[in-house]
Design a binder for this molecule. Sequence first.
Ligand code: PBG
Length: 330
Amino acid sequence: MASYPHTRLRRLRKNAFTRNLVAESRLTCADLIYPMFVLEGKNRRESVDSMPGIERLSIDLLIKEAEQLVALGIPAIALFPVTPIDLKTDCGSEAFNPDGLAQKAIRALKEFVPEIGVISDVALDPFTSHGQDGLLDDSGYVSNDSTCDVLVKQALSHAEAGADIVAPSDMMDGRIGRIRSALEQQGHQNTCIMAYSAKYASSYYGPFRDAVGSAANIQGGNKKSYQMDPANSDEALREIALDIEEGADMVMVKPGMPYLDIVQRCKQQFGVPTFAYQVSGEYAMHKAAFANGWLSEEEVILESLLAFKRAGADGILTYFAKQAAQLLQR
Ligand code: PBG
């Protein structure tokens, strides 16, 4: 390639129209998935202290909010129930109650706002008294295979309630295959699985645990015996390969911005629908900087999300979904 002065990369940057013509990545409303927290009761909304602008909503208000999201062009929401404390047990059996909060919310959404895609979280942490994502054995270790038995029941109950996509976020080995077989056998051939394939044992999840009320009680204080070590990336590719082989339709990397290298490797190696989760801690730290006037809110939100698209993500789960869609619609 001829160098300066024949090549001046600044030529195409001079005008907005050429910048637009040559842009390699684009962020649209269709890329955004909005995580939402649902509460028991009627006409109830609660703010989440560590996540300014995010609320827990009762089902009636969730429906109203979902209608607004459809109008904004947001294709899907990821649903997280806030389980009343008296329903939490060691074995988390509220997770597969056909009339549990998540199942009721899924049914209501599919009845009243059928246009919005509903992604349900499959994991036991909102339902266990110890706050871990699975069942504990006598030594306090999260046991894999017995947890999978419960996850299968949970995923089936979500599919029966009408979930479009079930999203196992528990990181047990073999759960995608077990859930896929059960869905096939029970007549839910078209229920998609979005696997949290490369989910790291991250400290960026703190505000989420406040939001669903699982923070105080995580036994042992962490999830390192099942979520991935932040030091690893080859291992993420092995996790993703297994989930695809076991029947995942879409895969996910989580957290988001600190793990864009994993998103890129995943998309390059497998070429499958790849999603990334800009998690609660990423949202909280952005919001804190905006509140202090240290970063410019609108520009930074859009830049942070565009970075996911550049890395190869097909879509982003983000607490900024609504705000970003409003900005994109302007
Ligand atoms: C639980 C789950 C977590 C998140 C999504 N599903 C927390 C955890 O693993 O402790 C975190 C999301 C966020 O931080 O925004 N299975």
